[in-house]
Design a protein. Structure first.
Lengths: 126, 162
């Protein structure tokens, strides 16, 4: 069952309007347990104040703004100097009010708990 | 500049991004199935074909008149996991991120993050003072500052006309 599905990346099309910023999609790990989901996104170069996590209806958007490049002479670059962005569609079983986030060494960890009534539970028989 | 392996980073504007995405998705599927054999995972950022190579962190090199600065994207490590060494004008960055063991009752739904060993060797463009090298690790970025050796710094030469 597709509990967490990824929406189409809007801004990666070549025909994107010039005022749309290009973004790169961070790699994520998603683990499901009976209590909820844990999502880890790799966003090196993003500090806590560069992070924007928004939830609208059941659409979760993660945006990470990188620290600016050092203001010295660039000799050689492999990193992609664009910000990170990824959009997810959340299953309604996730209780949005209890979603929590933390970022450490460029890894954003989101904890998305499942609503109580969705968890499997035993029903006692009198 | 000598590197262990060079792979063209994919530009976001590339018209082939969609085809590359599809390739990366297929790579991801293969890596999910065979990932445990090779210890690596594919990713969506154009470095998907790492199947037998280990992870390839992006490295940038900067300079000002006194120092070289090498930055490597290494998210999710502890500083004890990273080794930095200098030998004959080559800077080597290496280390390992252990794959997390699946917890009891947890199911991996999507696995794109890299795990396993990484090893990058960078040829430095000038001589540096090895005992004055400093490194910091913040926001998942390793920054190594290498002070240039005196003879490598730019100098003005006066012209005398007799």
């Amino acid at each position: 069952m597709n509990a967490v599905a990824q929406k189409e990346e809007r801004s990666v099309r070549p025909e994107a309007a010039p005022q749309e910023r290009p973004y790169v999609s961070p790699n994520v790990n998603i683990i499901e347990s009976k209590d909820g989901y844990t999502l880890e996104a790799e966003m090196p170069g993003v500090a806590k104040d560069g992070l924007d996590i928004s939830l609208e209806e059941n659409v979760l958007t993660i945006t990470g703004r990188r620290q600016p490049d050092p203001s010295v002479n660039l000799l050689y670059r492999e990193s992609n100097p664009v910000d990170y962005r990824r959009v997810f569609e959340l299953d309604p079983s996730i209780e949005s009010a209890r979603i929590s986030a933390q970022i450490e060494q460029g890894i954003l960890t989101l904890t998305l708990p499942k609503a109580e009534k969705v968890k499997p539970r035993r029903i006692e028989v009198n | 500049m000598t590197l262990t392996r060079w792979q063209r980073p994919e530009s976001s504007f590339s018209p082939f991004r969609r085809v590359a995405s599809l390739r990366d998705e297929v790579d991801s599927l293969f890596n999910l199935a065979f990932g445990r054999l090779t210890g690596t995972n594919g990713g969506e950022n154009g470095r998907g074909s790492q199947l037998l190579e280990g992870w390839f962190p992006a490295v940038d090199v900067y300079e000002d008149k006194d120092n070289l600065l090498v930055k490597a994207e290494l998210p999710g490590l502890k500083k004890e996991d990273i080794e930095i060494s200098l030998h004959e004008g080559f800077l080597t960055l290496s280390g390992e991120r252990k794959q997390e063991q699946a917890r009891e009752g947890a199911e991996v739904y999507r696995s794109e993050r890299w795990a396993g060993r990484f090893h990058r060797t960078i040829s430095l463009p000038c001589r540096v003072e090895a005992d004055k090298i400093q490194a910091t690790y913040n926001e998942g970025v390793l920054a190594v500052t290498l002070p240039k050796a005196e003879e490598a710094k730019p100098k003005q030469i006066q012209i005398t006309v007799k």
